[in-house]
Design a protein around this ligand. Sequence first.
Ligand code: 13P
Length: 336
Amino acid sequence: MSELNIIALKIISNGKGILAADESNGTMTKRLQDVNVLSTPESRLLFRQTLFSSESIKDCIGGIILYDETINQITSLGKSIPELILSSGSIPGIKVDTGAKELTNSPGEKITEGLDGLRERLKKYYNLGARFTKWRGVYSISNNKPSKLAIHTNAHALARYSSLAQENGMVPIVEPEILMDGNHSADTCLKKTSEVIEKCFEELIIHKVDLSGIILKPNMILAGKQSKSKLSSEEVAEKTLKCLSDSVPTEVPGIAFLSGGQSDIEATENLNLINKNNKTKFIMTYSFGRALQQSALKIWSKNINDIKETQNTFNHRATMCSLAVKGKWSKKLENK
Ligand code: 13P
């Protein structure tokens, strides 16, 4: 087993998943404004430090993805954020892309940037304690989108990023996210997601990326948010499993889903059914942002010094997600 494979497995084994707390300052400011909390470096640190010192990190969270500001912050207890994460046996990770920008010659589509100077930034993050990284390519579905150009350029960037992350001793999370906005059917989502993922692996292989040392972070297969058809969780699980078993090479150790705007319970229920029906050898877990943090953020915003209630809420969500990885989640346990 390669060193990278060992790290990847440590992050996602034993019912653990990933906490995606890597919102950029712009995104985090929006999240905080939505709950009427002023966004400052101190308030962003306080919320994240509260989550990262929760009891459930030890058993449910194998890795936490950070943003540049957070990985450099010192908690009020004197530890750095990476030290706090390591003290619960979890692994610090870091988002290394610099965001999705307009894709030239393809109006309405995006290309993720951040390759310039990446090798140097990776070395800096490794020295701060990061052992895995994230890069997100983003695609939307409409008549002729995602275009060949968006699929190709983003796959190329994801592969260049992955090879550099591995060169520097870190596991790359490869995240091609097809947004759920639109009125497309679930079958269109399945077809487009497969096309995007297949192209990513084509490029990863060209770039000689060690597939046993990556984690794939895809969307689940859903009908568009504006579509009239609403899939059952059984259908989401069936289509998601079909997509991934057909398009992901077997060397990949695990798949960690994003929640992508689903409600926290919806994402958990879908993940539970995916695992109940999983006949592949891939570990199927979570790398949720909103579906792990949103409920805790709401509670925290009522009183930012109420650490206990915030952590209780987060612990419940993390425990439910971990049960879903084992296929042991139920509505009854959710509402207990
Ligand atoms: P969500 O789970 O909120 O979609 O966030 C996951 C993520 O990391 C998106 O890049």
